[in-house]
Design a protein around this ligand. Sequence first.
Ligand code: PMP
Length: 407
Amino acid sequence: MSLNIDHIRSLFPVLHQEVNGKPLIYFDNAATTQKPLAVIEALSDYYKTDNSNIHRGAHTLADRATRYYENTRVVLQSFINAKEVEEIIFTKGTTEGINLIASTFGRKYIKEGDEIIISTMEHHSNIVPWQMLCEENGATLKIIPVSEEGELDMDAFDKMLSSKTKLVSIVHVSNALGTINPVEQIIEKAHAVGAKVLLDGAQSTSHLEVDVQDLDCDFLVFSAHKLYGPTGLGVMYGKREILDSMPPYQGGGEMIKEVSFAKTTYNELPFKFEAGTPNIGDVIAFGKALEFINEHGKKSIKTHEDELLSYATEELNKIKGFVPVGTAKNKVSVISFNINGMHPFDVGMMLDANGIAVRTGHHCTQPLMQRFGIEGTVRASFSVYNTKSEIDSLVASVTKIAKIKNK
Ligand code: PMP
């Protein structure tokens, strides 16, 4: 099914404004996507009509809020095809999901002499929690190198794997380069040595069909705000038998069964990992974002984004002085680049003057930038509401900017 992009654009209020006297062109979708009106209204409707603390409430509003909140969990179960709804845990985002797993699974199962494998293209949130854990428990962090094209060196990965490997924590899709990693192979190989696999799905869940049962990953973490949903909210999926065996993350209300000074017992999944009053309104609004995706279909969204990607890649590559960073065969709609002789920040500022929003810098992937010997890149990332004519504007602006130093 081909999408009606004009209609889709009409659902996103933020897109209809001018920035620096030019119509806004929003190409910073890998940082965060815009929100359809249904999401914004669901959030305000919740506070206008349903605001109440969830679970255990004896009154109508509490019951309504609980049903709406739990409904999003059910929608998420089918969104990633989890076997059980209790395997969906709400977090603050991808970052908290990884920290949760490092603090609970990591502390329990990873010991001195054990190894954790990550890669050079990880977001800082999938590096630092493991460095902290290794410092604490004497485990070793191993790093899969990345090729000039921005792909994982799978031979090196094969050589790294051993019975010492306890966890492979890997980004499904690189936020800095757009590379789609061969996670099916990684999971199979890691399982063959008895290691568990955590997928950082912050960038993959918005572009690809992610089926946790099909992939057989042990954990998947992602953020609502990259899926047309609210900020400060995310999901940690884990296989039930692993989650059941893990200690709780934070102590407090909701996560307990019974508390006494003699002994406290913990609640069942998913509440064991959801201490305190959760982000109720945003969870409910997130349900509307998922509805938006389901309504249009991930396949159709990806087809549209892929068209934008190949058109933009072809056109930008014609510009003198344009240097792409990351040219993997298998990519989502992210283009990272530099302009010869120019600082990425300056390029970003000049694009902004033309109403074009891109991200510049290291994209929270400093080791990856070090690998390429650069300080940062300019990153344009496309979403469902972007158009070919917006890409024409980007190409025209980049052409002008590049001429400053590339006559
Ligand atoms: N991993 C990747 C690949 C990301 O792109 C991001 C967000 N830029 C994160 C992790 C962290 O997500 P959050 O800030 O929502 O926790």
